[in-house]
Design a protein around this ligand. Sequence first.
Ligand code: FMN
Length: 423
Amino acid sequence: MKLNLSNLRFLLTRKSFISQTRAMTQNPDPKPDPSKVIDDLLCSEQRDGQIEETVDAVAASLGSPSRVLSIDTRVERAWAHWKKLGRPKYIVAPMVDNSELPFRLLCQKYGAQAAYTPMLHSRIFTETEKYRNQEFTTCKEDRPLFVQFCANDPDTLLEAAKRVEPYCDYVDINLGCPQRIARRGNYGAFLMDNLPLVKSLVEKLAQNLNVPVSCKIRIFPNLQDTLKYAKMLEDAGCSLLAVHGRTRDEKDGKKLRADWSAIKEVKNALRIPVLGNGNVRCIEDVDNCIKETGVEGVLSAETLLENPAAFAGFRTAEWVSENEEEGFVDGGLDQGDLVVEYLKLCEKHPVPWRMIRSHVHKMLGEWFRIHPQVREQLNAQNILTFEFLYGLVDQLRELGGRVPLYKKKEIDTLTPQESPQRI
Ligand SMILES: Cc1cc2nc3c(=O)[nH]c(=O)nc-3n(C[C@H](O)[C@H](O)[C@H](O)COP(=O)(O)O)c2cc1C
């Protein structure tokens, strides 16, 4: 079956949007659930304790911490660092279980200019070697990189941060997680109720790390509170601030629009680089967000999960509006291609199977809606193998119903015959 944009849109409107369990809700301090143990295994059997760049390797010193620097010097350094990184505009947002190394590399191939790791739990990170080796891997191409932690104890956070600083460009503090698990663990957006603690976390890192500290926040319902909060972070030593334009209670990003005007106000109030987050569904949204708010760059999460090529100008049919249809063509790339590329990256850079499973579900979501029996096969498969997953893509192709990604005609459009590798 060959689908065109219109009948695909019909299928899309019928869909009840599957909410793959948000990885963020996953307990970072989990009690082992026997049924999950298999998916927690890395996708390579031969590890020999050697993750390509494990965090236990020797630390390197990158400069001097900003112990007693004036605000002017710190701001100057913050900008010098940002410029040295090439002023990235297109950035992969932190996503628990989803912004892991192979996914970051896939997004980078398709236009992402920097990326965040998934949130890492600072206490577990300091205590558990297995957690460190499984949850944080990197390689030399994986830059610029933000390594994100959640924390509520400055000493523990520093200990965790010290382990990763040789491998990243920022150590980031998650101040935005709104999930119940964060309330119970007293971290993420629930630290908005304890700003002195937030201040001490930022100061501790800024005064003792050799890499800059960044923070990712949500906004308060009241703009003045948001601005006071952002200023406090800057004064405490934060070198870059990412602002998700939704409040702690606005959890459904699909339904609730992010408030770009609040992001703009924060940008105007601060002197350090500021990034925006929320409402980015395609590359044009990034440019609009930058234009409207003045931020240096934009983080995207949900959009990239479905379409890791979004920063290269590709759109899923869902985001080609009806009045734009004429201007878009089949971009010569589809989510099956992207899954295959992702799996190859996973073969090279092993990660737990649960992450791979989650990405395959999200990237092939549209195809599974057309051929639900193939999704059932994936769900029934307790032990995944690469052979099985490549076979799944082959099966979908044989069944037909390719779901292309679209590109604007004028943007260096690929013809369907051209290999996606060429972008
Ligand atoms: C699967 C998933 C996992 C996430 N995990 C994190 C996380 O670890 N740390 C964090 O700061 N935000 C996390 N978020 C929030 C995103 O980084 C982002 O702020 C939010 O999804 C809004 O961006 P979007 O509109 O582009 O999706 C997660 C979001 C998703 C969808």
